[in-house]
Design a protein around this ligand. Structure first.
Ligand code: GLU
Length: 496
C-alpha cells in the first residue's frame, strides 16, 4: 500500500470563505509529514462547486498559508508536473473518468428528475423508510441509456455501490473503519451539468497527482468508503488514509466561529505571530514528547512520527495560544520585535489606508495615537459605554440577536469595502425598523469603544473583516447580559 512510492501529500481546500484555521492545521501535518520523509506537499484548489466558490477566497488561502510559513511544492500558482491544480480547469479528466466507469458497467446514467426524487423522499419519510436513492435507473439497458443521453435527456452518473456487505478501509490513525454498504447511496459522480461531485474529482485528482497519503479532517471519514469503492472500480492503488481529529471549542463542541474566530486572518490581525500559531496547531492532538509544548516547525519535522498523534478531540484554547505567543514575543530580539510590529500594523500600506480617516482630526502629530488608538488594540472594554447599546423599546437580548444577524449578513456578502458595509447595514436597520441614529451609535461603540470616531463604515473597512466581526460578536455578548430597561412609569392619574 503506497509504501514504495515517493511520498506525495496534499491539501485540497475549497475556496468558499475565509481561510480556516482547520486548513492550516491539516496543511501543517501534511507539510511536516512530507518534509520528514523528503516528500512533496501539494496544494489543490477544489472549486467544483461554483455556487459556493468565492473569488477572493483562493488568494486568501495562498496568503494565509504563506503567512504561517507553509509553502507548497506544486499548486495552481506555482505549477508542477501534474497540473492544472485547480479543479475547475480539469473537467475533461472527470468526464473521461466517468465514461470509463460507464463503459466498465461500474457506473450508470440516472435520468430521474428532481421531481421524482423529491416525491421519493416524501414517500420514504412517510413510510419512515431509510432515505436515499431507490436505484431506479441502475438496471437500465446500457444501449437505451446511451441513446437517451445522446438525445439530450438530462442525466447524472451514479456509482454502482454494492447493495450490502461491509465496506472497510484501514485508517492509519484509527484502525479499520467499517460501514455497511446498505447505508451508502449510489453516489452521484457527475452532475447533470457535466461537473463532477467532490467524490469523483477528489479521487481522480488524488490518483492522477499520485498522492500517496491522504491526510485530512475527521469529517471526511464517511466519504472515504465511497472513495475506496471508487478506487476499486477504477482498479487504482489506494493512498493510505489518515483522518485527523476535529479541533474543538473549550466546551468540546466542534470549533465554530460562534465560539472562536476561525479565520487565520483573525489571528494575523490580532497580533499572533505565525510561528506561535503553527506551534499551537502542532500541539493539537500531537505531542512533541515529554510535556514539551513549545517547538518550532523545524523541530516538529525533525521528530515527526504519527505515533505521537492521539485522537481525543484537541481543544482550541485561546488562552494557551496567547501563552505560546507570549513566549515567542519575549524571545524576539528588539530588532525582530520591531519588524513584527512593522509587519503587523506599523507599515506604510496600513497607514495609507488609515490616514485618510484620521488626517482631518489631527492638529499635531501627537494627536495621532489618541485619534486612532482603537485600530491598534485588541478586544475593547465596553463597561463605560453600555448605555449607548440601548435601542429604545427593544429588549437587550433582541438587540444582541440583531447584531449577530448583522455579522452573518456581512459574512454572506463578498467584499469588505465601506460601500458594501453601508448598504448591508442600511438594509438591516430598515428591516428592523430602528432609528438609524440609534443603530449607528450602537455599532460605532461596538467597533471603536467610543461615541465619536471617523466614518463608521470607513472605520470598519480599515479595521478589517476579522477584527470588526470579533468586536461585534463581543459587543453582542455584553448587550445580551444588559438588564432590560425598566418600563416607563405610568402617567400619574389625577385623583378625582
Ligand atoms: N475540498 C475538501 C475540503 O474542503 C477536501 C477534503 C479532502 O482533503 O479530501 O476540505
Amino acid at each position: 500500500m503506497a509504501n514504495d512510492r515517493p511520498v506525495r501529500v496534499r491539501i485540497a481546500p475549497s475556496p468558499t470563505g475565509d481561510p480556516h484555521v482547520g486548513t492550516a492545521y491539516i496543511a501543517l501535518f501534511n507539510y511536516a509529514f512530507a518534509k520528514s520523509t523528503g516528500g512533496k506537499f501539494i496544494l489543490r484548489i477544489e472549486d467544483t462547486d461554483q455556487t459556493r466558490a468565492r473569488s477572493d477566497s483562493e488568494r486568501m488561502i495562498y496568503d494565509a498559508l504563506r503567512w504561517v510559513g507553509l509553502s507548497w511544492d506544486e499548486g495552481p500558482d506555482v505549477g508542477g508536473p501534474y497540473g492544472p491544480y485547480r479543479q475547475s480547469e480539469r473537467s475533461q479528466h472527470y468526464k473521461d473518468a466517468a465514461s470509463k466507469l460507464l463503459d466498465a458497467g461500474k457506473a450508470y446514467r440516472c435520468f430521474c428528475t428532481e421531481d421524482r426524487l423529491a416525491k421519493l423522499r416524501i414517500q420514504q419519510q412517510a413510510e419512515k423508510a431509510t432515505l436515499g436513492y431507490d436505484r431506479h435507473c441502475r438496471d437500465l439497458d446500457p444501449a437505451e441509456s446511451r441513446n437517451r443521453a445522446a438525445q439530450g435527456e438530462a442525466c447524472v452518473v451514479r456509482l454502482k455501490v454494492p447493495v450490502s456487505g461491509p465496506i472497510d478501509f484501514q485508517d492509519q490513525l484509527r484502525g479499520v473503519v467499517s460501514r455497511d454498504a446498505k447505508e451508502i447511496d449510489d453516489q452521484v459522480l457527475l452532475k447533470s451539468d457535466g461537473l463532477p461531485t467532490y467524490h469523483l474529482a477528489n479521487v481522480v485528482d488524488d490518483h492522477m497527482m499520485q498522492i500517496t497519503h491522504v491526510i485530512r479532517a475527521e469529517e471526511w471519514i464517511s466519504s472515504t468508503q465511497k472513495h475506496v469503492l471508487l478506487y476499486e472500480a477504477f482498479g487504482w492503488e489506494q493512498p493510505q488514509w489518515f483522518h485527523m481529529p476535529l479541533l474543538r471549542n473549550t466546551d468540546k463542541s466542534k470549533i465554530s466561529k460562534r465560539k472562536h474566530p476561525v479565520s487565520i486572518n483573525y489571528y494575523r490581525d490580532s497580533g499572533i505571530l505565525p510561528q506561535a500559531l503553527l506551534n499551537f496547531l502542532g500541539t493539537m492532538g500531537w505531542s512533541f514528547g515529554g510535556d514539551r509544548e513549545k517547538f518550532t516547525l523545524a523541530e516538529m519535522i525533525s521528530v515527526f512520527d504519527w505515533k505521537r498523534m492521539s485522537l481525543g478531540g484537541p481543544v482550541f484554547d485561546l488562552a494557551k495560544l496567547t501563552w505560546l505567543n507570549e513566549q515567542y514575543i519575549h524571545e524576539l530580539t528588539t530588532e525582530q520585535l520591531a519588524d513584527a510590529l512593522i509587519d503587523w500594523r506599523f507599515n506604510k500600506e496600513f497607514l495609507l489606508k488609515l490616514l485618510p480617516l484620521a488626517h482631518k482630526r489631527i492638529k499635531r502629530l501627537d494627536d495621532f495615537i489618541g485619534v486612532t488608538e482603537f485600530f491598534f488594540t485588541g478586544d475593547l472594554d465596553y463597561a463605560a459605554v453600555t448605555t449607548h447599546f440601548a435601542i429604545p423599546d427593544v429588549a437587550p437580548k433582541e438587540v444582541a440577536k440583531a447584531v449577530l444577524e448583522l455579522v452573518e449578513k456581512y459574512e454572506a456578502r463578498e467584499g469588505w469595502e465601506a460601500k458594501t458595509l453601508d448598504e448591508v447595514t442600511q438594509a438591516w436597520v430598515t428591516a428592523l425598523g430602528w432609528k438609524t441614529k440609534h443603530a449607528f451609535m450602537l455599532l460605532r461603540v461596538a467597533v471603536t469603544g467610543r461615541t465619536t470616531s471617523p466614518g463608521l463604515f470607513e472605520t470598519m473597512g480599515v479595521l478589517g473583516k476579522e477584527i470588526t466581526r470579533r468586536r461585534l460578536r463581543k459587543a453582542a455578548e455584553v448587550i445580551a447580559k444588559l438588564p432590560a430597561p425598566a418600563a416607563a412609569p405610568a402617567p400619574a392619574t389625577k385623583s378625582p
